[in-house]
Design a protein around this ligand. Structure first.
Ligand SMILES: [Zn+2]
Length: 189
């Protein structure tokens, strides 16, 4: 175990003592919680090790297909960097290929990579589109995310059902109202 990992476990222990206002040993149910929390972080924050170039590296010839490719209703789970509270929802990711198409699961992996980091929803949305634009250079690309935020459901204004929607568009989806309208129709059908 690395020194940083040990320190992180100790930090969680400190937080638990703070929450329960105790000085001594943790009670039975909490004894191994610090280790479990840090272990779970390996998955929750696993997005720092991947990069978009690698995820989007396997491309195929589009064989003349020049319509919209849309992956709709992809669930994601992320953590808000302002409160360390989870936020989760679904994403719609689209692009219009020029010569190259990517395996459809790669779009989901790209979403996972960015969502498994400390995030805000705006940056998460923007990062997906920036990567698609840079790596596969499509005619257009778009990401629309709908999410519910733990920091809003459980604290602050306590709004249980508020959904935050963010959208980022590049190329044809930004410039061309027809492309954008078709995308919206595909998402909502
Ligand atoms: Zn928050």
């Amino acid at each position: 175990m690395s020194e940083n990992e040990l320190k992180a476990i100790e930090a969680v222990e400190t937080l638990i003592r703070y929450i329960e206002d105790i000085d001594g040993d943790l009670r039975e149910g909490l004894e191994r919680t610090p280790e479990r929390v840090i272990e779970s972080f390996k998955e929750i924050y696993s997005g720092y090790v991947d990069d978009a170039e690698e995820i989007l590296s396997a491309t195929f010839n589009s064989e003349g297909y020049d319509g919209i490719v849309l992956l709709r209703d992809v669930e994601f789970h992320s953590v808000c960097e302002h409160h360390l509270q989870p936020f989760s929802g679904k994403a719609h990711i689209a692009y219009i290929p020029v010569d190259k198409i990517v395996g459809i699961s790669k779009l989901a992996r790209l979403l996972d990579m960015h969502s498994k980091r400390l995030q805000n929803q705006e940056r998460l949305t923007e990062s997906i589109v920036q990567d698609l634009q840079r790596v596969i250079q499509p005619l257009g690309c778009a990401a629309i995310l709908e999410a519910q935020h733990g920091c809003m459901r459980c604290r602050g204004v306590s709004k249980q059902n508020a959904v935050m929607v963010t959208s980022s568009m590049r190329g044809a989806f930004f410039d061309n109202p027809h492309a954008r309208a078709e995308l919206m129709q595909l998402i909502n059908q």
